[in-house]
Design a protein around this ligand. Structure first.
Ligand code: SF4
Length: 373
């Protein structure tokens, strides 16, 4: 539901829960669930291998599981969570945006992006968002609900299946030039750290070795936040090696209170302290995301302030000019200045700071996918 300017929603409205799915469960919970269905616990590993390693959600392909058990296991533990409303491809088929309809009719989006050396997927963690950033179409629609762990994981599973089948413009698995999904960014709809438990569980499923999970590298995962400081501290204590991206968008509290309303709860200095703490604990560099908005946050003095804010972090940082949502009344025009606030350049410039050209769907900060039916 749309909110008033500046209003924050941290707790998602209550509603019907998505059906339980294998990807919601830890390895132990899967064994218990399978045993409760009257099957031997080792069937949980077989089912997990089908889903996470072979990317198969079709019972007819599960030749290692007795035919009599397949449909029941599939019905109970691999219910259909989402269906494709439409796929839109652009950039010569190297970018594919998918609009999904979830079990309750809610719409979310994900984006696959193929680069010469990798494939990245941008996924949603919430339907809508409660952070209400005025330049973001997702934020304007308010928070509908949190996605379940499995709804997050299934976006990735679907992307992997499309890549494996060669549907995403590249070679299919086993063919020369076949590509694999290597990078995941939590920069779709929603504030991932506001759906903390399910996002962390999803990261475990993505990175746990087979058959518990997909076995992806934690280093290929980026979690974007607008600065929920307690959750950033909690994330630091998880001892993960995922990358943290902080959507700063303004270096001073006065402007950031307006551009990123959660700043009224946690100030710029607190957010940066939490980011540097994460860098120290995780050993990973931090990305500082800054959507340049003409005549709003692109002044030289703000560039200087941003440069001063990020000049001496223990983990270094990468301020990335990013585009605001194209549908809103702002222009993503590069500003002058120093540090990260410089005109977008095709190659990184300078140690620890880089600028980039975003693709459609490859926005530099969270939540710039707004689902529309
Ligand atoms: S920019 Fe990110 S945090 Fe802000 S409203 Fe949009 S999705 Fe939410």
């Amino acid at each position: 539901m749309p909110t008033k300017p500046g209003e924050l929603t941290f707790v998602a409205p209550r509603g019907a829960k998505p059906p339980r799915h294998l990807a919601d469960l830890s390895a132990d919970e899967r064994r218990e669930a399978v045993a409760a269905l009257g099957e031997k616990p080792f069937r949980a590993d077989q089912l997990s291998r089908q889903y996470f390693s072979r990317l198969s959600d079709r019972p007819q392909e599960w030749s290692d599981i007795p035919a009599a058990a397949r449909e029941r296991l599939a019905g109970e533990l691999l219910p259909e969570l989402m269906s494709v409303v439409r796929n839109v491809s652009c950039d010569g088929d190297s970018t594919r945006k998918t609009l999904w309809k979830l079990f309750d009719g809610v719409l979310v989006e994900s984006v696959l992006m193929r680069y010469p050396d990798r494939v990245t997927m941008c996924i949603s963690s919430q339907a809508g968002c409660g952070m209400n950033c005025p330049f973001c179409a997702t934020g304007q629609a308010g928070l509908t609900r949190n996605l379940s762990t499995a709804e997050i994981v299934e976006q990735i599973a679907a992307g992997m299946r499309a890549i494996k089948a060669g549907e995403f413009g590249g070679a299919a698995e086993g063919e020369e030039g076949a590509v694999r999904l290597s990078n995941i960014v939590f920069m779709g709809m929603g504030e991932p750290l506001a759906n903390y438990k399910r996002v962390i569980a999803a990261i475990r499923r993505l990175t746990d070795p087979a058959p518990s999970g997909f076995g992806l590298s934690q280093r290929g995962i980026t979690v974007s936040t607008v600065g929920l400081v307690p959750a950033m501290e909690r994330l630091a204590a998880e001892e993960l090696s995922v990358r943290l991206a902080v959507s700063l968008h303004a270096p001073d509290d006065e402007l950031r209170d307006t551009l990123v309303p959660v700043n009224t709860r946690w100030r710029v200095a607190e957010v940066l302290d939490a980011a540097w703490n994460y860098a120290e604990r995780s050993g990973r560099r931090i990305s500082i995301e800054y959507a340049l908005i003409k005549d709003i946050n692109d002044q030289a003095w703000r560039a200087d302030l941003l440069g001063a804010d990020v000049e001496e972090p223990p983990g270094a940082c990468e301020p990335d000019p990013a585009e605001p949502d194209a549908g809103l009344q702002v222009d993503g025009v590069p500003a002058r200045g120093r540090a990260g606030v410089r005109p977008a350049a095709p190659e990184p410039r300078g140690a620890g700071h880089r600028a980039r050209h975003p693709r459609p769907g490859d926005r530099g900060a969270c939540g710039q996918l707004a689902a529309a039916g």
